[in-house]
Write a protein that binds this ligand. Structure first.
Ligand code: DX5
Ligand code: ZN
Length: 221
């Protein structure tokens, strides 16, 4: 499968959890491609969110692929829970895993797409020996932990460099970008080579969740 489609993945971190079902319907109407789920443990990042139970409920109630972003220490201890809950994609942080190659191979052996994420301060060269094994690289364009932060502009060059490496090496993985994406910057992020756009507050804190989803999608397609 060529992983170069432009994909909108709203992050439910900024959704209204009291009305989660309705919020998911709104993004579905707007044409969302995946649901991005931010899992935080209060250790790897200074915030705590939800666990595999929420993934399980989402799986029962939506047909959209579930894109699970693990911002946790020792993700190898919890991946099985997320796999059995129905995650379609599992992304772990390069900074949080010692035996990254082993974990990526394990996730893929369970027929789940495997991704690796890097923080804004982590260089692309740290991914050199894992690129050929992954389904997705997630470039964090904010320091992970919270929604609503400003896009770090140097991420554009990082995305462009990764896109060039992907091209040169003839590899096939999604380039995902997460943090501070809105209608004002999504075009330049797309032009740099991003294919999977995670957006939280610019979708869920807008007046019309469906229209904001559709708007982002229209800009990149
Ligand atoms: C940040 C999370 C993001 C977050 C993005 O740690 O990984 O997915 O929800 O939110 P916005 O789009 O508001 O920056
Ligand atoms: Zn995320």
């Amino acid at each position: 499968m060529k992983k170069n489609k432009k994909i909108i993945a709203p992050s439910i971190l900024s959704a209204d959890f009291f009305n989660l079902q309705q919020q998911i319907r709104y993004i579905e109407i707007g044409g969302a491609d995946w649901i991005h789920c931010d899992i935080m443990d209060g250790q790897f990042v200074p915030n705590l969110t939800f666990g595999s139970m929420v993934i399980k409920s989402l799986k029962k109630n939506s047909n959209l692929p579930l894109d699970v972003h693990l911002m946790i220490e020792k993700p190898e201890n919890l991946v099985d829970d997320f796999i059995s809950a129905g995650a379609d994609f599992i992304t772990v942080h390069q900074e949080a895993v010692v035996h990254l190659h082993r974990l990526i191979q394990y996730i893929k052996s369970k027929n789940v797409f495997a991704g690796v994420s890097i923080n804004p301060s982590t260089p692309l060269c740290s991914l050199e020996n894992i690129l050929e094994y992954v389904d997705m690289i997630l470039i964090m364009s904010v320091n992970p932990g919270f929604g609503g932060q400003e896009f770090i502009s140097s991420s554009i060059q990082k995305i462009a460099n990764l896109s060039e490496i992907r091209e040169k090496k003839g590899l096939d993985f999604y380039i995902q970008v997460d943090g501070g994406i809105s209608k004002n910057n999504i075009k330049s992020i797309s032009e740099a080579g991003c294919n999977v756009f995670v957006a939280g507050s610019s979708i869920f804190h807008s007046d019309n969740i469906s229209a904001s989803t559709a708007e982002l999608k229209n800009i990149v397609n």
